[in-house]
Design a protein around this ligand. Structure first.
Ligand code: AMP
Ligand code: ZN
Length: 465
């Protein structure tokens, strides 16, 4: 039974989606004003782990991630570089997904870009107005937080019914708890900044309204999971609840899950502190994305993780060892049959693995189960205990592990001579049938495997490169 720690209730809770087997989940995506750093990716890897384990448990995912391509920072940088907001953010969206793919994350079912969803934001703000939650000042629309009595419930702020500073206003997208104030929903246009003509007047959306409007637009007024890093609890997620529930009167999200920070020498890795690394920085120093993936997943998400190069080098050798283990296991050519003791070991390993992940996605326990399994399998290999049935079951479990962690490399299987000959025969038949596309495809496939074809008068010969 999967249990998840819910920030809203402060409890470890059994996970039960509203409409099983479907799980509707929203992940706050990147603000594309610069390269994402590896701290950001710790949070996105947590979301990837969660989605993969939900699928493993038989759920069907509807996972939505937004891209914040309009906010204080993106606008400032675009203006600075004399680019349109679209041009400026396009390039960082592209870089983001290059890193995303290199780190082996699965793409969400929907990726939504804020500036493509302004009408939904305007409608939501109008609904909030109709419900008495907003007011206008200097052309901007604000949320009156005293009008929402649950304000502070997620971030556990204690106002004793009296919100300090309320009715004073906050225009910045990001601010700290000391600055709890009415926050901006729609910002009046400023000279030199991009703005949109809407029923709310010329301007642009605040950051918080983006996620309320896009998540409910894609997933409905109430959905299962919302995630992000712990720094989003206040004000971003607190404000999202005030906006969504203030408009619909329904519970917005059932499970709020937050990933702890990636730290560097005791401080949060952050753009504004200048203590960050990007995946590109690490690759340039000779590290692999797979090692970083392992490192970032190795600590449970509710614990801070301190980034060190020593840790990264350790992850590198662990991943190499695991890949080597999988390759040796794949290359065995054992006799037929199976060993009952190994079937028991496999069952036990899988149980340990699932027990770890069922417990609030405790990756440290799940990885320990993988390492124990590899150790026992290695010793069985050394003793020559593995038969063909065991080999298949052992590799099957490795693949199950990897459907979650995605850290074992692909094992390149050498093509057998008979397989090569069969492909060559198929290519000849394709040529005879004038299906040259298929014939070329087979040749390319063989070339990639290091097989060279030589067409001669007396048929096709092949050799290994
Ligand atoms: P941003 O692009 O700044 O909107 O951040 C994207 C995501 O990264 C958010 O969910 C943040 O909470 C998260 N995040 C930012 N810094 C860190 C960090 N040092 N460790 C883990 N997650 C972070
Ligand atoms: Zn968000």
């Amino acid at each position: 039974m999967l249990k998840l720690y819910n920030t809203l209730t402060n409890q470890l809770e059994e996970f039960r989606p509203l409409n099983p087997p479907e799980v509707r989940m929203y992940v706050c995506g990147p603000t594309v004003y610069d390269y994402a750093h590896i701290g950001n990716f710790r949070t996105f890897l947590f979301a990837d782990l969660l989605r993969r384990y939900l699928k493993y448990r038989g759920y069907r995912l509807h996972h939505v991630m937004n891209i914040t391509d309009v906010d204080d920072k993106t606008i400032l940088r675009a203006v600075d570089q004399k680019k349109t907001l679209r041009e400026y953010t396009d390039q960082y969206i592209q870089f983001f997904f290059e890193d995303f793919d290199d780190l082996g994350l699965e793409r969400p079912e929907e990726i939504l870009r804020a500036t493509d969803h302004l009408p939904e934001m305007v409608d939501l703000i109008k609904q909030l107005g109709a419900n008495g939650h907003t007011y206008l000042a200097d052309g901007s629309t604000y949320y009156r937080i005293t009008s929402f009595k649950e304000y502070g419930r997620l971030s556990k702020m204690n106002f004793d019914g009296n919100i300090a500073g309320a009715s004073d206003r906050m225009d910045a997208d990001e601010y700290e708890k000391e600055d709890v104030r009415d926050f901006v929903l729609w910002k009046a246009a400023k000279p030199g900044e991009p703005s949109w003509e809407t029923e709310l007047g010329p301007g642009r959306p605040g950051w918080h309204i983006e996620c309320s409007a896009m998540s409910m637009g894609a997933l409905g007024e109430s959905f299962d999971i919302h995630t992000g890093g712990v720094d989003l609890i206040f004000p971003h997620h607190e404000n999202e609840i005030a906006q969504s529930e203030g408009a619909t009167g329904k519970q917005f999200v059932r499970y709020w899950l937050h990933a702890e920070f990636l730290m560097v020498e005791g401080q949060k890795m952050a753009k504004k502190l200048g203590n960050l690394f990007t995946l590109r920085d690490l690759v340039a120093k000779g590290h692999t994305p797979r090692a970083l993936r392992y490192l970032l997943l190795s600590a449970p998400h509710h614990k801070q993780l301190n980034f060190t190069f020593e840790g990264l080098r350790g992850a590198e050798s662990t991943v190499e060892r695991l890949n080597d283990f999988k390759r040796r296991l794949s290359e065995l050519r054992p006799e037929t049959g199976s060993t009952p003791a190994l079937a028991e070991m496999i069952k036990h390993s899988q149980q340990q693995f699932e027990e770890g992940l069922d417990n609030d996605l405790n990756t440290a326990k799940a990885l320990a189960a993988i390492h124990d399994f590899a150790r026992e399998t290695n010793s069985a290999m050394e003793q020559g205990l593995i038969k063909s049935g065991d080999q298949e079951a052992l590799l099957g479990l490795v693949n199950r592990f990897d459907s979650i962690f995605n850290i074992f490399g692909e094992v390149k299987q050498e093509l057998l001579d008979s397989e090569i000959q069969a492909l060559i025969d198929e290519r000849q038949a394709a040529r005879a049938a004038k299906n040259f596309a298929r014939a070329d495809e087979i040749r390319d496939h063989l070339t990639k495997q290091g097989i060279i074809l030589e067409d001669g008068k007396d048929g096709v010969r092949w050799r290994r490169k």
